[in-house]
Design a protein around this ligand. Structure first.
Ligand code: SF4
Ligand code: SF4
Length: 305
């Protein structure tokens, strides 16, 4: 039974017509906030729960219109006409600068939206879900950090017989978050390594909770697609052990192998952060060998995702 007041969450993107976030054609809703800090993360804008300012310096023409609009005094211009810089310690992501910047140098990642509003946007794609066996995917970040929003989205979707996938890092520690986990129709479950100490080094957290939740998914008979980001010199040598573990789980219906890429690297500087990983991307031969390794274990594999 839906409540009168729709729950809100900070949404940083909605992708329509996705083929890589579960079964069929999907609308993927990206929520802000993640408990992990993977050093290869290609969505750094997803990590914090609060809104964040993206500053694309190349777009700034130095007009200076934004400076007085900032209530925090966070925008600095050393000389008139020069490109500005942002004092990240002061900026609270209020978005007042974005409204006056006509060249489009600013964008706020993370706008508060209700589940009712987001669901209405998803409904525009309803006919594609029916035709393709797709649906809505709740992603992030870690969407379960906004459990009431997610539960309302699931309830609204299920009322119209729309399939819901949850894209999760598996690090869920609250009862409310686990309700989302249990109520989603499909879990896109990230496995980023097996050795706890290596996992902690790579992501900031050990993986005991993640593996416990993977086994719970097996116990509950969930429909699981595992996503394995393969990062040379970080977790690639664990591939044989990961394939072995997954081949023993009935709940795993597909493994998406995601070779390391650097597509999100440019966003770090736009957030005032440093992109600190410099591995090579995987050769075609290395990717094919990985696919073969997992298929030989009887697993269905998709490259990319
Ligand atoms: S309003 Fe936009 S273009 Fe003008 S100084 Fe500020 S960031 Fe640069
Ligand atoms: S988002 Fe708000 S606080 Fe941050 S620089 Fe823009 S106006 Fe200032």
């Amino acid at each position: 039974m839906l409540k009168e007041k729709s729950e809100k969450a900070n949404i940083f993107n909605i992708v329509h017509g996705s083929f890589v976030d579960g079964w069929g054609i999907r609308t993927t809703v990206f929520l802000k906030g993640c408990p992990l800090r993977c050093i290869w993360c290609c969505n750094p804008e997803s990590q914090l729960m609060k809104p964040e300012l993206q500053y694309i310096e190349e777009h700034c023409d130095g007009c200076g219109r934004c400076i007085d609009k900032c209530p925090k005094g966070a925008i600095i211009q050393v000389c008139p006409g020069e490109k500005v810089s942002i004092d990240r310690g002061r900026c609270d992501g209020c978005g007042k600068c974005e409204k006056v910047c006509w060249p489009g140098a600013f964008n706020i990642w993370g706008k508060e939206r209700s589940a009712e509003d987001v669901f209405a946007e998803c409904l525009r794609d309803e006919k594609f879900y029916k035709e393709s066996g797709g649906g809505v995917t709740l992603s992030g970040g870690e969407a379960t950090l906004w459990p009431l929003f997610c539960l309302e989205m699931i309830e609204r979707c299920h009322e119209r017989d729309i399939h819901v996938a949850l894209d999760t890092c598996g690090y869920i520690t609250t009862d409310e978050g686990m309700e989302v986990f249990k109520n989603a129709d499909t879990l896109l479950f990230d496995i980023k390594g097996l050795a706890p100490d290596v996992h902690k080094k790579n992501t900031g957290k050990s993986n005991e909770i993640i593996l416990k939740n993977l086994y719970l998914a097996e116990e509950l008979g969930k429909d699981v697609i595992v996503r394995y980001p393969v990062i040379p010199n970080h977790n690639m040598d664990e591939a044989p052990d990961i394939a072995k573990l997954l081949s023993g789980l009935k709940c795993v219906h597909r493994v998406d192998i995601i070779p390391f890429h650097k597509f999100g690297g440019g966003k770090y500087s736009q957030l005032g952060r440093v992109y600190d990983i410099d591995e090579d991307t995987l050769t075609k031969e290395a990717q094919d060998a990985l696919v073969k390794m997992f298929e030989e274990r009887g697993l269905k594999v998709q490259l990319g995702g």
